[in-house]
Design a protein around this ligand. Structure first.
Ligand code: HEC
Length: 378
């Protein structure tokens, strides 16, 4: 909270941060041009906090909607669509300075005249940005000087006690407190609600994705995705010379079509969907079936050849999270942690394993699976 920073202000903040705080909280020694009919009127001492609230999270008052201007929100690494439909890009420090001085948002839209245009020296502008960034770091729920609290949902394994930068990583069962991040397995009751408070989320899947997968943009599914699995199955079908039909969501159909001709009807079908609706086919390639469920329904598939793509359950969420925390550094924030997780998944050694798929064949009679391919790295 900015209130917490206020308490530290006198002793702990560097001079530039202290100057930023004065501008934000008290409007000290700043002049803003405020719309007054057509003409702009200079007003001094107009604090950001008087509209955007002490904690920067924004408020609605007298018909004026002052948005959340905490750094975590401004710098979110994806497009934000505002309630009024306007979209914008993530803010950077120069874009924030442009918004405050010229009233232009990160996407180049003019802000309404309700947002004053500030006349700031370069040093003051930098101090204001530095303060907003730091205030945010200080307000990260789940992060204290002693511990970083991580919530665990479902049956995810935790690595026991870990220490980073003299802090303890505290692995807690799903808690009411705001943790910095969550590690989840698919049995994720209330996952979306918790992820909203605690993004980024790392999700390891034991089965199909949870119905309410958090859409905050900072949730990471640690699982070979459906397209990757479907393409592994397609390779198998091509090896067997089968012309396949596809009964799956559009993104999978499109990915298959890019690699191969799709037969309008065929006895070999690549299928993604609820097992209960699986079509009858002589060869069935199941993209997202849960092996246990397939075994339980083995009788249903008598007479069919059934393959399924099993995703690698690597990387495990907890070690990945620790690595990302380490990379995010001492002043970890949600935005920084998200960026590090994304980087590890895209460029790190986790990337290959994230996409590994193994293909199993159902032996319906003996009610077991036979491994058809080794782990295929894609
Ligand atoms: C008199 C009220 C008021 C004051 C004072 C004020 N703002 Fe604003 N601010 C607004 C309103 C209202 C908007 C929304 C404008 C719009 O949506 O077009 C806004 C928008 C913004 C935005 C754009 C956010 C986005 O989502 O694109 C930023 C950044 C911002 N303000 C920062 C500041 C800072 C920093 C200060 C202090 C230096 C400040 N504001 C002072 C009312 C105010």
């Amino acid at each position: 909270m900015i209130a917490a920073v206020l308490a530290l202000a006198a002793s702990a903040l560097e001079p530039a941060l202290e100057r930023g705080r004065e501008m934000f909280a008290r409007g000290a020694n700043v002049t803003a041009i405020v719309a007054n009919g057509g003409a702009g009127v200079p007003v001094s001492g107009l604090a950001c906090a008087s509209c955007h609230a002490e904690n920067g999270r924004g408020r609605s008052e007298a018909g004026v909607d002052a948005p959340d201007v905490t750094w975590a929100t401004l710098a979110k690494p994806y497009d934000v669509t505002r309630a009024d439909g306007r979209t914008r890009r993530p803010y950077t420090a120069p874009l924030l300075i442009r918004a405050v001085t010229m009233g232009i948002d990160s996407a180049g839209n003019a802000l309404t005249p309700a947002m004053p245009r500030y006349q700031l020296t370069i040093a003051d502008a930098k101090a204001l940005v530095a303060f907003l960034q730091r205030a945010d770091a200080a307000s990260e729920p789940g992060v204290s000087d002693e511990a970083i609290e991580v919530a665990v949902i479902g049956n995810a394994e935790t690595p026991g006690e870990t220490r980073l930068f003299q802090r303890r990583i505290a692995w807690r069962r799903e808690s009411d407190r705001d943790p910095l991040a969550i590690v989840a397995r698919s049995e994720a009751s209330g996952l979306a609600a918790i992820a909203a408070r605690a993004a980024p989320a790392l999700i390891e899947l034991d089965g199909p994705p949870p119905a309410r997968f958090p859409d905050e943009g900072d949730a990471f599914l640690l699982d070979a995705d459906g397209v990757t699995r479907a393409l592994a199955l397609l390779e198998l079908a091509q090896r067997d010379g089968a012309a396949v039909a596809v009964d799956a969501p559009e993104e999978i159909v499109a990915a298959v079509r890019e690699r191969a001709a799709i037969a309008p009807t065929s006895t070999a079908i690549i299928y993604a969907g609820p097992l209960a609706h699986a079509p009858k086919a002589s060869t069935l390639y199941l993209v997202d079936a849960d092996p246990a469920e397939v075994l339980a329904n083995a009788a249903r598939f008598a007479g069919s050849v059934v393959y399924l793509a099993r995703p690698a359950r690597r990387p495990a969420a907890a070690p990945l999270l620790v690595e990302a925390l380490r990379a995010a550094g001492r002043d970890v924030t949600r935005a920084r942690l998200s960026a590090e997780i994304r980087r590890l998944l895209e460029y790190g050694e986790h990337q290959r394993s994230e996409r590994a798929v193994q293909i199993l064949q159902l032996d319906a009679e003996k009610r077991r699976f036979v491994i058809v391919t080794p782990w295929l790295r894609r």
